[in-house]
Design a protein around this ligand. Structure first.
Ligand SMILES: [Zn+2]
Length: 299
């Protein structure tokens, strides 16, 4: 197994071991809460996942072991992986998701990305194979200004398992390249992704952000936007008198300026969403100091 790639530029890190431990507990708490929020909102079901880059070592990232997101409850459910090859840092770690290459290759290509969500949202999937483009339809989804659609079929090689899963570094790198207007492979020298969301044909979507909270917000409002757009298309097509008039999506200026406003407000929905999952007996987050559920045998 490859060792940590210490020659890569790293995000700011703490030099104090006490701070490192405290920071990671907070990060794990936020990651687990985010997974529960995504499940609560139907963005993840038994499948799909979210990860976070290790704030103390940008060459590694964390995501849950092979477990339904709603059931992730403790740091023992989380596994640290190398960005370089998506191998677990601990060779004895519990088994992980096949598609963790989505996450590793995005962290590798874009140093500014700190969190990744991958979803099979049923509201979004129709836009991946119908030829109908997903367009920014509401002011909460300005980050959808341009939404590429990744067709994995174009990247299959003889002998590949064609189950649509991102099950190799090669396929992960191909997906990551879709987040850039310069899709040169293998890796462009680019810090930030050009696009927040990329659709995946017949599969779902992936979104990237600088924080867990923003990634969760984008994932939820990608799904909300898709649902609203579908409803608008449905009533538009059902009303003959409207056929001469196209749907009015956000203008480019509106997408840019609405997201500039809304991206700074993630604390408000996060406060609501985290309270919702904390109040539901389905979810247990044993790292949450505000957890109100009874102590779990997992402790
Ligand atoms: Zn998937």
């Amino acid at each position: 197994m490859a060792g940590p790639s210490s020659d890569k530029p790293l995000p700011p890190s703490s030099s104090s071991p006490e701070m490192v431990a405290a920071n990671l507990t907070t990060v794990f708490n936020t990651l687990i809460t985010g997974l529960h929020i995504l499940h609560y909102n139907g963005v993840l079901d038994a499948y799909g996942h979210m990860s976070v880059r290790n704030p103390n070592n940008g060459s590694n990232f964390f995501m849950s072991r092979n477990l339904a997101p709603a059931l992730v409850a403790n740091s023992s459910d989380l596994v640290e992986y190398y960005v370089e090859d998506a191998a677990p840092v601990d060779p004895n770690a519990p088994s992980g998701f096949i598609e963790r290459y989505i996450h590793s290759e995005l962290y590798k290509r874009f140093p500014s990305i700190n969190s990744v969500v991958h979803s099979h949202s049923p509201q979004v999937v129709p836009y991946t194979f119908s030829g109908v483009p997903l367009r920014p339809s509401i002011h909460m989804a300005g980050f959808l200004e341009v939404v590429p659609n990744f067709n994995i079929t174009q990247y299959y090689e003889p002998g590949d398992n064609q189950d649509l899963l991102i099950r190799s570094q090669r396929l992960g790198a191909a997906l990551a390249a879709q987040f850039s207007s310069n899709r040169t492979l293998p890796n462009a020298t680019q810090t930030e992704a050009d696009y927040a969301v990329v659709l995946m044909q017949n599969h779902g979507f992936t979104t990237v952000a600088s924080s867990i909270e923003l990634a969760v917000m984008q994932a939820i409002y990608t799904q909300t936007n898709a649902g609203i757009q579908t409803t608008a298309l449905t009533i538009h097509n059902a009303y003959p008198e409207s056929n001469q008039q196209a749907l009015a999506y956000l203008t480019t200026q509106q997408t840019v300026q609405s997201w500039a406003t809304m991206a700074g407000t993630a604390d408000r929905p996060w406060g609501l969403w985290s309270h919702q999952v904390r109040s539901s007996s389905l979810y247990q987050n044993l790292l949450d100091p505000n957890q109100t559920q009874p102590a779990s045998p997992l402790l």
